[in-house]
Design a protein around this ligand. Structure first.
Ligand code: GLT
Ligand code: MN
Ligand code: MN
Length: 419
């Protein structure tokens, strides 16, 4: 049977914002800006300023500067701001007077709105100079890349940032032959070593703590092959002996970047935790074995996200949750701050709070404890051991069901189809 939809009259342009606001309001369940500020949520300049462009996409939004982003983050209740050097300073102005002026203006805006700059990162992937990566064969390009990293560290200290992130971008190749991988890795390490040394010096001079330097992997883009494609590859790189200060260097895994290669994101994070290297976390969503779609957190894999947050809560992760996603190009400039960011933040908080519920849930805790207690049978007979634990192991599935129930707010006795 076809259901008839009431026909809606056209919504004239001057009525559209009010409609979006009313429907957003009707969703209910929004947290207040004050509540949102209690979480270590960080908002990237580049996420809010993303204009909706891509290889096949013309921009759909106007450019947005840091003053506007910081002001809007304040209104929403996002207490921290993150940036690339060139998100706010044109490449040609780096290290010059323009940089000092911009940094001063950023400081002012942050102060005015009670935000903190938590992280800085260097754009070593977009400009043509990095066509052969920041660890290029050409020594002068590597020298320039080092200087860019050191300069970002200096900006970070100026703005009070505690973290520096490194996404190596074009560290890789489309065709084999010219690039010698071990050399490229060494050269890449040289850049990070320079950044750590600059950090140590500046921290001493400014009587601040050195920053946490966080490597971010992405498996497929923007090269045909990436030299450090996963967080695990980066863990190996950190302990390879190539870094002078491996203790200062850890990871900034991104949820989607691990999912992209087909990983269990939770297991990838667990490996980072086991190494004491989970410093920073980029939060978003998307699909396995696809490109970097950077969808907002929880819109694709809420159950997986809930499980990820259970792990992080259980391990007392206290680092930042960086909202590294791209508001879709169907969302307007107005929608970015009235819908996209607030709803992303609220889904995260809801999932984080649910993760707390999971860890204290009676069914989950009793079932987990029972699994760990075993059957109490001492034997070296495999069949006997299996038989003794057989019924207990059913709890694996029951725990998964219980977590689903928590996610959807139990079934609440729903009977939609069968009356
Ligand atoms: C780029 C990348 C992101 C990284 C940013 C940090 S740059 O947008 O796709 O995942 O976190 O450099
Ligand atoms: Mn990222
Ligand atoms: Mn991404």
């Amino acid at each position: 049977m076809k259901t008839k939809r009431a026909s809606t009259p056209p919504v004239s342009p001057n009525k559209q914002r009010a409609l979006v606001d009313r429907l957003a309001q009707a969703c209910g369940g929004a947290y207040s800006p004050k509540q949102r500020r209690q979480y270590f949520l960080t908002g990237p300049q580049w996420a809010a300023a993303y204009e909706g462009h891509a290889l096949f996409h013309a921009p759909t939004r106007r450019p947005v500067g840091f003053e506007e982003v910081i002001r809007e983050y304040d209104n929403i209740g996002i207490g921290h701001w993150t940036t690339h050097d060139t998100d706010v300073i044109p490449t040609q102005e780096l290290g010059k007077e323009g940089q000092a002026e911009t940094v001063a203006a950023i400081k002012k805006a942050l102060k005015k709105h009670g935000l903190k700059c938590s992280m800085v990162t260097t754009e070593t992937f977009h400009h043509a100079v990095f066509a052969t990566s920041p660890a290029a064969e050409s020594p002068e390009i590597r020298q320039y890349a080092k200087w860019r990293l050191e300069n970002t560290v200096a900006i970070g200290h100026e703005l009070g940032a505690r973290y520096a992130v490194y996404w190596p971008g074009s560290l890789g190749y489309f065709v084999q032959g010219a690039v010698e991988e071990t050399e490229m890795l060494r050269w890449y390490a040289d850049g990070l070593n320079a950044a750590c040394e600059a950090d140590i010096k500046l921290a001493k001079a400014k009587e601040r703590k050195p920053m946490k330097h966080c490597l971010e992997a992405k498996p497929f883009e923007p090269q045909g092959h990436i030299i450090l494609p996963t967080s695990d590859a980066m863990l190996a790189f950190i302990s390879s002996g190539l870094l002078k200060h491996p203790d200062m260097v850890g990871l900034n895994p991104e949820y989607l970047h691990e999912l992209m290669w087909g990983a269990s994101v939770r297991a990838a994070l667990a490996r980072a935790l086991a190494c004491g290297k989970l410093f920073h976390f980029d939060i978003n969503d998307g699909y396995p074995l696809k490109h970097d779609v950077d969808i907002a957190v929880g819109l694709v894999n809420p159950l997986d996200w809930l499980n990820v947050l259970v792990l992080l809560r259980t391990h007392g992760y206290e680092g930042p949750f960086n909202l590294d996603y791209k508001p879709p190009r169907t969302t307007s400039n107005y929608g970015v701050f009235s819908v996209s960011f607030p709803t992303a933040v609220d889904r995260f908080i809801t999932l984080w709070e649910m993760a707390g519920e999971v860890s204290t849930d009676k069914v989950v805790t009793e079932a987990s404890a029972a699994l760990r207690a075993g059957a109490g049978v001492k034997s070296h007979d495999a069949t006997e051991l299996f038989e003794a634990n057989k019924e207990l192991m059913t709890l694996h599935e029951l725990i998964a069901h219980r977590i689903f129930q928590i996610l959807v707010g139990q079934h609440r006795g729903r009977v939609y189809s069968i009356k």
